[in-house]
Design a protein around this ligand. Sequence first.
Ligand code: NI
Length: 159
Amino acid sequence: MAIRNIREFGDPVLNKVCKEVTEVTPRIRELIEDMLDTMYAANGVGLAAPQVGILKRIVVIDTTGEDPHILINPKIIYTEGEQCGSEGCLSLPGKAGNVTRPMKVKCTAYDVEMNEFTLEGEGLLARAICHECDHLDGHLYTEKVEGDVYETRYEETED
Ligand code: NI
């Protein structure tokens, strides 16, 4: 287990298009384990490989803290509806913004055995799938934000 350094906004690695994974090598298994550890340590609900400096199409997502999803070469194949809500990113710590995403998403991906599967998500899971897939194409939520990116810690003190 190892926690990797999370690249922050402004790091050019976050704007690159990632390469498809063709084989899950021991090195990639280790990367995935580290990505899960890094996501949980940072209290995130998702993390994409470029956020730890690796330009491969791999994301991890866990919106409940007990339901980790590992998605290799994910592709969104269906979306439905719309939700507008607050979204953050571990590459922009302490910040969030309002982003419209589909309410429901269906994607295909490969697991660590390179077996293809389908994942359907609604609400926060749908938002996380979209957000993490965007990372694999070099896109951040800041490109889609409506209004300003705000400091989340100000929100907390105002409550
Ligand atoms: Ni992110």
